[in-house]
Write a new protein. Structure first.
Length: 238
């Protein structure tokens, strides 16, 4: 495989046959095969560990184990190097069938913020700038800003997770203030996040908790999650 890979990189770059492999990797911004395989193995092991299915046992029966390292030992060493502040958001895939709230993804040209029937309007967002992720939220009650917050989520949080954290914290605040008998709309500019909330199969702890919060909030309120076009100048979403 390494020979085929080297040949491909030489053909792509037009470099001389004597060009070192490391130089070819740098020129083409290509990850060495060994490192790529270690990354794939680490991701899989990390996922298994997150759902409690990683054992990492040595299965080799070699007569001299000092000369060799089992695959699970090698991946186990990688796992121990992962920072302790990394949060395991993965969970065993499970079904969530009940939805007491509604979702809406309108066409961009059909979107409008002129609907005044909602007494509470919320805006949520997640982003990552300079390798640092964060979530933000804004809540207005009858047109008046009543709450806003920004949350630093560090370097290891993805943008989709940050989007979900923003909605989760919005629901937490509304529940903590005893919100009842209101018509609530939560605007989110991530269609993927809304689809995750609508999916019957859940693989994320944060998504599971957010769905639970939304269902609880919807017991005494009317709740809708709506997609809002990003970077279109809508006040509250920018």
């Amino acid at each position: 495989i390494a020979k085929i890979r080297r040949l491909a990189l030489l053909m792509v770059t037009g470099a001389m046959s004597s060009t070192p492999g490391t130089a070819l990797d740098i020129i083409t911004n290509t990850t060495p095969i060994k490192d790529h395989l270690r990354l794939c193995a680490a991701k899989t092991a990390y996922s298994l560990r997150a759902v409690g299915q990683w054992e990492g046992k040595i299965t080799s029966n070699l007569s001299d184990p000092k000369k060799f390292s089992s695959h699970t030992n090698t991946v186990g060493e990688i796992l121990t190097s992962i920072p302790s502040e990394w949060k395991d958001d993965l969970t065993v895939p499970h079904l969530i069938l009940d939805r007491d709230f509604s979702t809406e993804i309108p066409r961009s040209e059909d979107f409008s913020t002129e609907d005044s029937s909602y007494s509470i309007t919320c805006y949520t967002d997640g982003s990552k700038i300079d390798n640092n992720a964060g979530a933000g939220l804004l809540i207005r009650t009858n047109g008046v800003e009543t709450y806003s917050a920004s949350i630093n989520l560090g370097e290891t949080t993805t943008v989709p997770l940050a989007e979900m954290v923003a909605i989760q914290n919005t629901t937490k605040h509304l529940l903590s203030t005893g919100t009842a008998h209101e018509k609530i709309i939560i605007n989110c500019d991530s269609q993927g996040t809304i689809k995750a909330l609508d999916s019957t199969v859940c693989r994320s702890k944060t998504t599971t908790n957010t769905i639970t919060n939304l269902n609880v909030l919807a017991v005494f309120n009317t709740v809708k999650i709506r997609w809002i076009p990003a970077h279109k100048g809508y006040e509250g979403n920018e």
